[in-house]
Design a protein around this ligand. Structure first.
Ligand code: GTP
Ligand code: MG
Length: 252
C-alpha cells in the first residue's frame, strides 16, 4: 500500500514578501529573488502575484502605522505613486507567500534592518542595504520628513504573517497542499460597494465570494458577523481588499 505523504508542520511556516515599487523601478527584482531562492533561504514559493496596490489595500496593509507622521508618505510609496507619479500603469508591487522552516525569521534576516542606512552599517550585503532615505519637501521646498525606500516587505511575526497573507491572497492563489490556514466552502453571495456589505448585487458592487468558493474560514466568520451587524474580528475592508485586487475600479 502507498504511504501517505504528510508535510511536517514546521514546513508550513509562511511569510508575506512584497517587492516594493522602488525595487521594480531600479530593476532589482532578479537580485531580490536570487537572494530569496531556495538555495539561499531553504524556502519555497507558495504564491505569487503582481498587484496594483489601491489605497484600501495600502491602508489595511500598514494599519499599525496609521496616524504616524510618515504614514501618508508610506501610502504614496506602497501604492507606487511616489515612484511613478505620471505613469500610473507602472504602479505595482510583486507579492509572494514563501514557505518553509523558520520562514519569517529567515526572510527578515535576508531583508535586513528597516532603515537602509542602518542596514548598510550593520549588515552589509542584506537586501535593504541597497535602499534609500528620501528627504521629502512640501510645495514650497520646505523639509517635511523622510521616506524609507527599503525595497522589500517581510512579515515580522507569525500572527502578522497570517493577517498579511490573508489580506493579499485568496486560498485559490495558493496550491491546496501549501495552504497553512483553515478554509471553508462558502455557500452564499457577498457583495461590497466600497462602503457596505450586501448579499444581493447592487449597481457598482463587486461580488466578493459566491457559493462554491473556497474562502479563509476567518473571512467567512467576519463576513457573516458584519452582515448581521455583530462585532467581527476585523473590518470589511480587511476581508474585501484581496477580492478587489486588480479590479479596474478607481473608487476602491
Ligand atoms: P515592512 O517590512 O515594510 O513592514 O518594514 P518593517 O517591518 O521593517 O518596519 P515597520 O513595519 O516598522 O515599518 C513599515 C515601513 O514604514 C518601513 O518599511 C518603512 O518604509 C516605513 N517606516 C518605518 N519606520 C519609519 C520611520 O521611523 N520613519 C520613516 N520615515 N519611515 C518609517
Ligand atoms: Mg512591518
Amino acid at each position: 500500500m502507498k504511504e501517505a505523504v504528510v508535510m511536517d508542520k514546521k514546513e508550513l511556516e509562511q511569510t508575506l514578501i512584497l517587492i516594493k515599487p522602488d525595487a521594480l523601478k531600479n530593476s532589482l527584482i532578479g537580485y531580490v529573488l536570487s537572494q530569496l531562492s531556495e538555495v539561499h533561504s531553504g524556502l519555497r514559493f507558495a504564491g505569487a502575484k503582481i498587484v496594483h496596490v489601491n489605497r484600501m489595500l495600502a491602508i489595511e496593509h500598514y494599519a499599525e502605522h496609521r496616524g504616524k507622521p510618515f504614514f501618508p508618505a508610506l501610502l504614496d510609496y506602497i501604492t507606487g505613486l511616489a515612484h511613478y507619479p505620471s505613469e500610473p500603469w507602472k504602479r505595482r508591487v510583486i507579492a509572494f507567500v514563501f514557505q518553509g522552516p523558520k520562514a519569517i525569521s529567515k526572510i527578515r534576516e535576508i531583508a535586513g534592518p528597516t532603515d537602509p542606512n542602518e542596514a548598510r552599517e550593520k549588515k552589509p550585503g542584506c537586501i535593504r542595504a541597497l535602499g534609500t532615505i528620501v528627504r521629502l519637501k512640501d510645495a514650497k521646498g520646505n523639509y517635511i520628513g523622510e521616506r524609507m525606500d527599503n525595497l522589500i516587505h517581510a512579515s515580522a511575526r507569525a500572527d502578522e504573517a497570517e493577517r498579511e497573507i490573508k489580506l493579499w491572497f485568496k486560498p485559490s492563489d495558493i496550491p491546496p497542499l501549501m495552504r497553512a490556514y483553515p478554509t471553508e466552502i462558502n455557500e452564499e453571495h457577498f457583495y461590497f460597494d466600497g462602503k457596505k456589505l450586501t448579499m444581493k448585487h447592487e449597481k457598482g458592487s463587486v461580488c466578493l465570494v459566491a457559493p462554491g468558493d473556497c474562502v479563509w474560514k476567518t473571512d467567512l466568520t467576519a463576513l457573516r458577523a458584519i452582515h448581521q451587524g455583530k462585532t467581527a474580528h476585523c473590518n470589511i475592508e480587511t476581508v474585501a481588499a484581496k477580492y478587489l485586487i486588480n479590479e479596474k475600479r478607481d473608487d476602491f
